[in-house]
Design a protein around this ligand. Structure first.
Ligand code: SAM
Length: 273
């Protein structure tokens, strides 16, 4: 080992998911760059690993990143581990890889747990092609969702528990009542898969970590209907006395559209030129 950066996957909850190779690499490198040293210290203690740790995270990545690269260029080897799972997937590992490649440092991935992949394979949704979205941005998230709306691939999102309900509402608004699987606390004691439809999953006080896996746009949604069909159904519901918002919701569900789409179609039709 020398002048190499190992991207070392670590368990996402269950320590038995640590690989033999990961233990060997973490024992063999000169130092380990860890996102949360307290968390990683526990992991190292469990596997009897005594390699020195340095702290590398989102806040210090530009300064510490350069220091790591300088040490690698002097011939040392390092492993990058993040809080949990596969480094460079929704964490600062990706920046370290870019920096290392700018200096022609060899990158060696050490495979292991990744929340997105485990959520996907157990979701029951299409696994043949998928888009990993990760965390939605706080700002302009609706632009991002609109850009994804017609994609046929299964969509994978990460989200923090306190924002989960809001994000599910945003997904429903943007995509309509598509099938969804929530993968909660993967590999841990309370691992759970909640399968249902966007718009009808209610969770009180969600706890733990979640991956949201959403069905891609169905074919019918992209091309098999015309605006007048949507209007006919919407108007029929209104004539039956269904309240506007509910009529939009039901129409959206029937066509696999979002309420926003139905709103736009109906407003376009009813507003004077
Ligand atoms: N690099 C990690 C990976 O390989 O999955 C992801 C890191 S990202 C900062 C953390 C997010 O991953 C969480 O907010 C959650 O969405 C997801 N996650 C991580 N561990 C999880 C678990 N055990 N169960 C469900 N989701 C998890």
């Amino acid at each position: 080992m020398g002048c190499e950066l190992f991207l070392c996957a670590t368990p996402i909850g269950n320590l038995d998911d640590m690989t033999f190779r990961a233990v060997e690499v973490l024992k063999g490198v000169d130092f380990i760059a860890a996102e949360d040293t307290r968390h990683t210290r526990k992991l190292l203690a469990h596997f009897d690993i005594h390699t020195p740790l340095i702290h590398y995270d989102e806040n210090n990545k530009s300064t510490v990143g350069k220091k790591i690269i300088a040490r690698l260029l002097e011939g040392e080897s390092a492993a990058c581990v993040t809080d949990a799972g596969t480094p460079a997937i929704s964490d600062p590992g990706a920046d370290l890889v870019r920096l290392a490649l700018e200096h022609n440092i060899k990158i060696v991935p050490i495979p292991g747990a990744c929340a997105a992949i485990n959520a996907l394979i157990a979701s029951g949704l299409e696994t043949g092609s998928f888009i990993f979205v990760g965390f939605l941005p706080n700002k302009n998230f609706s632009d991002r969702l609109q850009a994804l709306k017609d994609r046929r691939e299964t969509l994978i999102f990460y989200e923090a528990p306190h924002r989960l309900q809001r994000t599910l509402e945003n997904l429903f608004e943007a995509f309509g009542a598509r099938r969804v699987t929530l993968a909660r606390e993967l590999t841990k004691i309370h691992e759970e898969f909640i399968r249902g439809q966007l718009g009808s999953i209610e969770l009180d006080a969600p706890r733990g970590e979640f991956v949201i896996v959403v069905e891609g746009a169905p074919e019918a949604m992209v091309e098999n209907f015309i605006d007048s069909d949507v209007l006919t159904i919407y108007n029929r519901l209104i004539d039956e006395g269904v309240e506007r918002k509910e009529a939009m919701r039901r129409t959206a569900k029937q066509f696999g559209l979002s309420r926003r789409d139905v709103y736009q179609m109906t407003v376009k039709e009813t507003e004077p030129e």
